[in-house]
Ligand binder design. Sequence first.
Ligand SMILES: Nc1ncnc2c1ncn2[C@@H]1O[C@H](COP(=O)(O)OP(=O)(O)OP(=O)(O)O)[C@@H](O)[C@H]1O
Ligand SMILES: Nc1nc2c(ncn2[C@@H]2O[C@H](COP(=O)(O)O)[C@@H](O)[C@H]2O)c(=O)[nH]1
Length: 205
Amino acid sequence: MQTAEPEPVQPGPLIVLSGPSGVGKSTLVERLVATSPWPLRRAITATTRPPRPGEIPGKSYHFWTREEFERAIRNQHLLEWARVFDTDYYGTPRDEVEPYRAKGYGVILVIDVQGAARIRELVPDALHIFLMPPNWETLEQRLRQRGDLSEERLQRRLQTAQTELAAAPHFDVVVINDNLDSALQQVQQAIAPRFAALKSRNTNP
Ligand SMILES: Nc1ncnc2c1ncn2[C@@H]1O[C@H](COP(=O)(O)OP(=O)(O)OP(=O)(O)O)[C@@H](O)[C@H]1O
Ligand SMILES: Nc1nc2c(ncn2[C@@H]2O[C@H](COP(=O)(O)O)[C@@H](O)[C@H]2O)c(=O)[nH]1
């Protein structure tokens, strides 16, 4: 007796969320994943910077030494990586993305604009969302209120933010994070079609 071959699962969508430091990417993605009606996972990325108070290794980031990070680059374990703010390395381990997409999960990357540009080259059908502050003063205020940066590091991030904001036109969708609920709703609307397309590809005979 012949048995039907199981339908191959289509890879889940890859979504990139970028924007200047302090705009609210992590806050929004935490809510997005917690309320998602779709199978959606945030990739835990790796960094050589030290943990901030309250950050949990393996949950907030994989905190690696410089040697560990450089070994991962050499062994091609990273999908993309960048030196952010000229200080530390940040990168996306392949095993945080590929096995989940292969099982049909959507994966969201919260990365800087250099990483987003690299993903644009590597994964042409990824959806790129840029989170924009309502104005400059609010961005600075959010970075300050988080209270985890020295004045020097804060100024470095604001300086980098100037060039990052200029990259917004390269993104598929730009969302202004003034009111968090409204920004969340706009991001949900932007990603919904990617899951609708996936469902019909994975269920149609
Ligand atoms: N819509 C909003 N209204 C008011 N405060 C907000 C809003 N969104 C985020 N915040 C606050 O702004 C601060 C920075 O947010 P968050 O840490 O999520 O930014 P981020 O973009 O992930 O930063 P980084 O890139 O440095 O990791 C936090 O204190 C957060 O609570
Ligand atoms: N290119 C990449 N950028 C990343 C990655 N993980 C995080 N980031 C970005 O770095 C800055 C700083 O983050 P912070 O936690 O030190 O405030 C921020 O814009 C992140 O989105 C990554 O894997 N690759």
